[in-house]
Design a protein around this ligand. Structure first.
Ligand code: PMV
Length: 356
């Protein structure tokens, strides 16, 4: 035995859905009622960094999130750990050349330390980055090799649905799949990171408070009570998925913007159609929507697009740096940082100097 430690550190960025996932058909396996599409952000911006370590001296699995120890007993962590452990293979630790056998993995405990560089649970998909990073780091540590493309994404999915999309960069589709066992409910990269380099993503942090209704509870209430949600999942999403894939492939900003804004608004309409209704947008969010809509209408063609997840923060898209500058100056004009509704922003891409 002796006292040794083997560890792996990984970083995973968050992803922003432009066609939203909302509603599960199987809660345990986290199988969605519709497919979705997202953009994975730059790993240097909004991301989770996770170190996983094993040692014979560890007596239990333990987890620290953002500097505080939290329970690892929840189903989501346990399911991910179980699935990774069951696929563990013999590994030679590159630092010490120690061989860790398949049998060793059954008894070794893990310590997990994870940190986000952005507000947790404020609708900035912190769980997506967190679970993608955790599952990827564990898979690396335990020598898990995919038996089919997307297998690791299907394990991240059982931690947090949208996490499966953070396993890949660029534009990513989460195919809802048909099977009951979830094997085909996986993430697929639609276009790599460099495909649409001109596109700029700006996140306006309207509030960094924790959201009031978690996405898990919210989407379950929506599945149980909103007829609009079922109509969206069955009739609308399959059609817009085809259009969105094409818009991304052709870097067609006008179509991208139209579908992206409409999908965000429809998602929040299904939240309002839920009983009891769920309000994720606040007054500032709505003013940002109006600002973009008025600008787009005045120009006759989309200058910018917006989308909002399960929280009030705006994710804005501009087709290039020049438009991004204009968008930021409009944000500064309508939402001056000195006011009590302060907006801070992360600028993703290489226009960091504009962040305020
Ligand atoms: O994966 P969850 O449970 O965090 O749900 C994510 C839901 C949305 O962010 C609103 C939409 C999406 O597709 O990311």
């Amino acid at each position: 035995q002796g006292d040794w430690v083997a560890m792996v550190t990984a970083r995973a960025p968050t992803n922003i859905a432009v066609i939203k996932y909302w509603g599960k058909r199987n809660q345990k396996l986290i199988l969605p009622i519709n497919s979705s599409i997202s953009i994975t952000l730059n790993p240097h911006d909004l991301s989770a960094t996770t170190t996983v370590a094993v040692s014979p001296s560890f007596t239990a699995d333990r987890l620290w999130l953002n500097g505080k120890e939290v329970s690892i007993e929840g189903d989501r962590y346990q399911n991910c750990l179980r699935e990774i452990r069951s696929r563990a293979t013999e590994v030679t630790d590159p630092k010490t050349s120690r061989i860790i056998t398949k049998k060793d993995w059954e008894s070794l405990h893990v310590h997990i330390v994870s940190k986000n560089n952005f507000p947790t649970a404020a609708g900035l998909a912190s769980s997506a980055a967190g679970f993608a990073c955790l599952v990827y780091a564990l898979a690396q540590l335990m020598g898990v090799r995919e038996r089919y493309k997307g297998e690791i994404s299907s394990i991240a999915r059982i931690g947090s649905g949208s996490a499966c999309r953070s396993l890949y960069g660029g534009f990513v589709e989460w195919d809802m799949g048909k099977d009951d066992d979830g094997k085909d409910s996986i993430a697929i990269q639609l276009a790599e990171e460099k495909h649409w380099e001109d596109l700029v993503v700006i996140i306006a942090v309207v509030s960094s408070r924790r959201k009031e209704t978690s996405s898990t509870l919210g989407m379950q209430d929506s599945v149980n009570t909103s007829k609009l949600l079922l109509h969206r999942a069955k009739e609308i999403v399959p059609k817009v998925m085809v259009e969105m894939r094409k818009a991304i492939k052709e870097r067609d900003f006008a179509t991208f913007a139209r579908i992206c804004c409409a999908d965000s608004n429809q998602f929040h309409a299904t939240c309002l159609d839920t009983s009891p209704p769920i309000f994720y947008l606040n007054d500032t969010s709505k003013r940002i929507i109006s600002m973009v809509e008025r600008w787009n209408k005045a120009e006759g063609t989309p200058q910018a697009a917006y989308t909002f997840d399960a929280g009030p923060n705006a994710v804005l898209f501009a087709p290039d740096k020049a438009k991004a500058c204009e968008l930021l100056s409009r944000l500064l004009f309508y939402f001056p940082p000195a006011s009590d509704k302060k907006i801070s922003s992360y600028v993703v891409g290489d226009v960091d100097m504009l962040a305020f």
